[in-house]
Every structure is written in structure tokens, then in C-alpha cells.
Design a protein. Sequence first.
Length: 299
Amino acid sequence: MIKRGLFVYNQSAGKSQNGKPLAEILDILKQGTETLLVHEGKDPEEVKEFLEDEENLFDFVWIFGGDGSVHLCVDSLRRRKKVPGVGILPGGTCNDFARSLGLPMDPVQAAKVTMEQNLVWIDLGCYNGRAFTNFAGVGIIADTSENIDEGAKEKIGRVSYFMSAWQTMRDAETFSYTLTADGEKISGDAVMILVCNGRFIGTVGLPFPTINMGDEVLDIVILEDAGAMLFREWLHRSGKKEPVWDTEGVKHFQAGSIRLETSPVKKLDTDGEIEAETPVDIGVLPKALAFACGQDERF
């Protein structure tokens, strides 16, 4: 039994494509919680302040929303002196971090799974002092996020991501980069650089078996111009899990400390949010928070 729980949600999550009423989720959570607080997130800064305020007491937090809501809340929660357990209830378009945790995409079913309290301490990525759960990237990945039509996103959900990706890849522009990974420097030209903590992008499982959210390193994927069509193929064959090892146009390696510089300056996409630009320092926050995971997930 959880003594004091907190349920955080944004207004749009209740209107998600899952169509599940908040009342159904809350009934499940109340069954295993002595006291359940409910906080509706209207303004990002207000949510941030509420979650970081040590006077607001809670042992466990459920976040009902998409990857953007999770991104905001997690960065705030990991700053607390005593961090709570965290349960993710998918309520967005792609819900990639929830997929990486092995949770059901139905938020009601996810609520039931989180009540089983299969808590696993997970690494977070960090950039310029802020945390991300799933990925940080420049190039195609950031352009795709910016090109998504918000009207289409509301109506057709994940399909809007693929539509934006197709368009972005047709217009992809190369940029020069210098990347220092654990002290080793490499440089070249690319159309995308992706630093991964989680295993899904745009609902698609990334074909790199080494990605593990508990190994205290991040997976770096550099996509050269020749690899753009391969990235498009990955998205197209969503659901298949063929691993990619050595492939023309794709560089893949791991590191715990990363410095990325580009020419020209590129916007940085973190978990679907554009909040920074290059140059950027990226690292790992080892075992930063304990998340409720699917029973088959081990990190």
C-alpha cells in the first residue's frame, strides 16, 4: 500500500486517442493508496515548481500524459532530496518512454501494472544540467518534431510523426559536427545525430541491442547522408527487431560523456521538446529514479 501518492496530468491527456476517462484510472490508483493527491498541470512552470517543492509530500507519482509531460515532470522529480517512485500512464501521441519501460499503451492497463510495484532504478540522460528520459538529437530528429502538424497530431496521432519524418528526410540537409565521446574526438558530416537512453523513437523500436537504461552509458547514432534512407526504412518496418551492427552510412557506439558541436548551429530535440541548441554537453545520471516497469523488463 502506497502511503501518499500523487497523480499528475495535463488537460490534453484526458482527450488522448485512448479515450479512457480519468475516473477509471483514479479508481484503480485509489485502491492501493492511502492518500491520493491529484494535480492538474496547466502551466509547465507551475508544475515544475509544485514537483520540486519539498513541502509537497508524496511517496509515488503517476504521470498521465505524453513524452513531453514525462520529460517535464521527470526533470523536476529527480531534483528532490528524496525522490519518489514513478509510474507512467501513456496519454500522448508516441509514448516512447513508456514503451521502453515495457508498459501497456492503454493507460488504464498501465495503471494496473504500476500498482504491482515492479520498480527498477533507471538512468537518465542530461544536457546542460537538465534531464531527458528517452533521447537527445539534432538534424532530422529535431526537424521532424518541428514539422509535425499539430492539427494532424490531434486527429491521427502517431501517423503524424511518420508523415513529418517522410517530408523531413526528403529535405534533409547535412551539417558538420565534432563529437567528443569519453575523451575521443571524431568529426564529419551527418544528417542526424541521436543520443539514446530509451529504445523507441516515434513508436519504432531502435535496432541497436546494446541500448539499456541501466548500463550508465548512452548509445550514440550518427546518420550520414547515405544512411537517411535506412532511417526511413526503420520507421517503415515498425515492429521488426532486426539488429543493426555495421551498416554503411550509420555509426553506432556508446559513451558516458559527450560534447557535441555543429556547423551551423543546430536545435536540440530532447524527448520531442526543442529546448536547447549546439554546442551541448550530454551525460548520464546513473540510477536517477525508480520507475514502475512491465514484469518482463530488467535493466
